[in-house]
Design a protein around this ligand. Structure first.
Ligand code: ATP
Length: 214
């Protein structure tokens, strides 16, 4: 039985690159995303962390901000951060953004690398609802971070799988809350990096008159 508390200690024995995959809607990217990403990069000894904005996030029922804005905000959020790379593969693909397809694409481009899928607890708890999730888990290691307010138990079969832990304090931040705050005219400075706050302001994102977004 695998131990979910196991921590990675360095690059694997073959010397191949170890790359993290961090998928999300990033509508908008916020400080908890950055904290999670930094903790994953540093504690899992990742050579690189790929931020993968979802093209068509099939599990989100609401209207999603156009990809061009979400991509631009991720660029602003990660600028200057060591090892963080924006990956456009889901934006370039038609149809629902299934992570298993993303992993297939990334592995085909870099077959020698080892891949770690980085997730918050809410996503991990619902992993058994993902398209071809068993194929996905056969292709990557899983690394999961705490998140407040998410159910503690995943599907039994998911629970039984090995996973790494990304050490993260509980951070009560979500994109949903940020969008609501902006629409109510409340400040979001403590919740997003300054460049993302400026981007939201400049492009009139998340306001009640959302059609003005451009
Ligand atoms: P929304 O509120 O729109 O559903 P979100 O804040 O959950 O968005 P996503 O872009 O859907 O953000 O999340 C991308 C990844 O970051 C997911 O794996 C998610 O679990 C993780 N994540 C987001 N916020 C946190 C947080 N506060 N703590 C830990 N993980 C988080």
């Amino acid at each position: 039985m695998s131990d979910p508390r196991i921590q990675a200690t360095g690059p694997d024995a073959t010397g191949s690159r170890r790359i993290g995959i961090f998928g999300g809607t990033f509508d908008p990217p916020h400080r908890a995303h950055l904290a999670l990403a930094c903790a994953a990069r540093d504690t899992l000894a990742l050579d690189e962390l790929r931020w993968v904005p979802a093209g068509q996030p099939w599990q989100k029922a609401r209207a999603i901000t156009p990809a061009l804005h979400r991509e631009a905000m991720v660029r602003e959020a990660i600028a200057g951060e060591r090892g963080f790379v924006l990956d456009r593969c889901e934006l370039e693909r038609d149809g629902p953004s299934y992570m298993v397809d993303t992993v297939d694409t990334l592995r085909a481009k870099e077959p020698a690398a080892s891949w770690v899928l980085v997730l918050g607890h809410d996503q991990w708890a619902g992993l058994h609802t993902w398209h071809r999730w068993k194929d996905l888990l056969a292709a990557v290691e899983l690394a999961v971070a705490n998140r407040p307010g998410t159910a503690n138990v995943a599907d039994a079969e998911v629970l039984g799988r090995a996973r790494l832990t990304v050490p993260l304090p509980l951070l009560d931040i979500s994109s949903t809350d940020i969008r609501q705050r902006v629409s109510r005219g409340e400040p979001i400075d403590r919740l997003v990096p300054p460049a993302v706050a400026r981007y939201i302001e400049r492009h009139h994102l998340y306001r009640k008159d959302a059609h003005s977004a451009h």
